[in-house]
Design a protein around this ligand. Structure first.
Ligand code: 3NM
Ligand code: MG
Length: 580
């Protein structure tokens, strides 16, 4: 019988100058063992066989002292010579079948897989675990076959737990690999359902068994500390990952009017901080919108301030409208600071598909941290879906388009339409939009808002259409960006209320009726309440007698945002908003 192996923190070694430097591998691995790695793979693509065996033997001695299994990359002969616990095989190495015949049933055999098909074959041939990658691009291994991201990894996990899959597929262990470190490990494990807590609904995918890591441990100057930090991040991700706001828990059903009312009451009571890292065009309007909805704005693009600001229980808006390379560095610092304390973070991928630089910026940001809400128009959300490796629905040919689609283009993956500026091109049917937004939300395990004449909001479980708003919003630059600011204020208020509701004074008569109702303002409810506040205020402003066009609309809109009161949604909801 093979002993039960803990795959949760899987160390893969690297002996290269770039990663190990001139340090001694045995000593670095020993420090990692002290820090709490749960399994070790000796991976050395260049040393001679004699050297491999000598080092493997020394590593095996150390691992045995900590009762940790040692696996050898590629070299079945080396594993046999030192008598360690198993081997790990890449797609170009010996087949799992041949290795099993040589090593027998008691040794651990792992296989690298990048696709559903490779996973199916490795399972069929009797692998014990799968190394699924490459998750994110990494300097450690340049010649990786495919960057599959969270979506590609989930697709493999989904296939393993599919009702028609074999018992072996359902039982096999899995680790993800590529670009994992202390800043992203909790978010990655959350998106791959490592933790047994699985709201909004039981996962349809097999939860990942662990994370495989090279440079975040081996290249660290303090491998023991790096390992123990990663280990504690893995442990806490089974209860409540740090980056999740306290009110993350998504509602299982449609938000009630009472919850929406409470969300606005809570906003007015809290006067939350909204920290905007936004583009040059909307700085002023966004700050005015924040003030008039009852929030406190700070417009700071300096990432080094973010840690102090994150401590004030506000929310962060990252608006990619002016994302220079320098700005991206600042966004990263800020996202990490808010994720570290569970502060809500809103991503507004402005013009994400317009240029190569923006596409890269979006991919960079999606790898940096967790976004509580991602909000954008149709083109922008489509680009987020592409960056997340999610299949894109077939667009309806735009009637104004003068180009005919090339007959050779695949119907499954249509060529992305070139986005011009930050305008949105409407190409998808409503049902396709609903399904895209829902799939994206459940894949990234966050809340997605696709804005348009009908807005679509989903947390992966509940999907809503919202028909409120006014066409003037489309004729004033930056209104979409200021919706991001509005969402951030509602999220910050709801998160603050839920984290203090257990300690709030019982005879406080001004707040929402009960603590439970405050707790019910989840991310979806807060986002919906903010969209309604914003769009109903736009309707009110447009209806004002003084408003003659987009110019006079702006001041009336600020007034209407300030005049908006809780409860006003009664009778004002666009007819479709509940239908999803
Ligand atoms: N295999 P780091 S990626 C060894 O995709 C290895 O199969 C990969 O290194 C695969 O943790 C990789 O430093 C390197 O990003 C991972
Ligand atoms: Mg190999």
């Amino acid at each position: 019988m093979k002993p039960e192996v803990d795959y949760s923190l899987y160390l893969v070694t690297d002996s290269t100058e770039a990663i190990l430097g001139n340090r001694d591998l045995i000593s670095v691995v020993e420090q990692a063992l002290q820090g709490g790695v749960t399994i070790v793979q000796y991976r050395d693509k260049t040393s001679d066989t004699g050297v491999l065996i000598r080092i493997a033997r020394a590593l095996h001695e150390k691992c045995k002292q900590y009762s940790i299994p040692l696996i050898i990359n590629d070299r079945v002969d080396v594993a046999l010579a030192v008598g360690c616990e198993g081997v790990h095989l890449g797609q170009d190495d010996m087949s799992v079948t041949d290795a099993r015949n040589i090593l027998g049933p008691s040794k651990i055999i792992g296989a690298t897989v990048s696709s559903v098909e490779e996973a199916r074959i490795a399972v069929e041939r009797g692998a014990d675990y799968l190394g699924i990658g490459t998750l994110y691009a990494t300097n450690t291994k340049k010649n990786t076959k495919d960057i599959i991201g969270i979506a590609g990894t989930r697709k493999i996990l989904e296939s393993l737990s599919h009702p028609t899959s074999s018992a072996a597929a359902k039982q096999i262990k899995t680790v993800c690999i590529g670009g994992i470190n202390a800043t992203n490990i909790q978010r990655i494990l959350y998106q791959l359902h490592y933790s047994p807590f699985s709201s909004p609904s039981p996962p349809t995918i097999k939860p990942i068994s662990g994370a495989a890591i090279v440079s975040a441990i081996i290249a660290s100057s303090t491998p023991k500390h790096a390992s123990s930090l990663l280990r504690s991040l893995i442990t806490t991700s089974t209860t409540h990952p740090t980056f999740l706001p306290s009110n993350f828990s998504p509602s299982p059903s449609l938000p009630s009017p009472q919850t929406l009312l409470n969300a606005t009451l809570t906003l007015h009571k809290t006067n939350p901080l909204t920290h905007n890292m936004t583009n040059l065009v909307v700085q002023n309007l966004a700050a005015n919108v924040a003030l008039n909805i009852g929030a406190s704005p700070i417009m700071s693009t300096n990432g080094t301030e973010a840690r102090d600001l994150a401590a004030l229980h506000g929310a962060l808006v990252v608006n990619m409208g002016t994302s220079t390379p320098e700005a991206l560095t600042q966004y990263k610092l800020a996202i990490e600071a808010y994720n570290a304390v569970g502060g809500p973070v809103i991503l507004d991928p402005v013009g994400a598909g317009a240029t190569a630089a923006r596409k890269d910026a979006l991919r960079f940001l999606l790898g940096v941290g967790y976004f509580t809400v991602i909000k954008g128009n149709e083109s922008e959300i489509l680009e987020v879906a592409r960056a997340s490796h999610i299949p894109i629905p077939i667009p309806i040919p735009s009637s104004s388009s003068t180009t005919t689609p090339s007959p050779s283009s695949s119907p499954e993956q249509p060529q992305p339409q070139q986005q011009r500026g930050v305008d949105s091109t409407h190409t998808l049917t409503h049902p396709s939009k609903l399904s895209l937004v829902k799939t994206l939300a459940s894949t990234l395990r966050c809340t997605i808002l696709m804005t348009g004449p009908t807005d679509i909001l989903s947390n992966g479980t509940t999907t809503l259409s919202i028909k409120n708003g006014h066409e003037y919003l489309g004729r004033v630059t930056g209104t979409g960006c200021t919706l991001g600011t509005t969402i951030s204020a509602y999220l910050a208020a709801a998160a603050a209320a839920s984290s203090t509701s257990s300690s709030s004074s019982p005879n406080d008569s001004h707040g929402p009726e009960s603590k439970d109702e405050v707790k019910n303002i989840g991310v979806l409810e807060a986002a919906l309440a903010s969209v309604l506040h914003f769009e109903i205020a736009a309707e009110d402003a447009a209806a004002s007698l003084d408003v003659k066009g987009a110019g006079s609309f702006v001041p009336a809109f600020l007034d209407a945002l300030a005049a908006y009161r809780e409860g006003v949604v009664e009778g004002r909801l666009g007819e479709e908003w509940l239908r999803g």
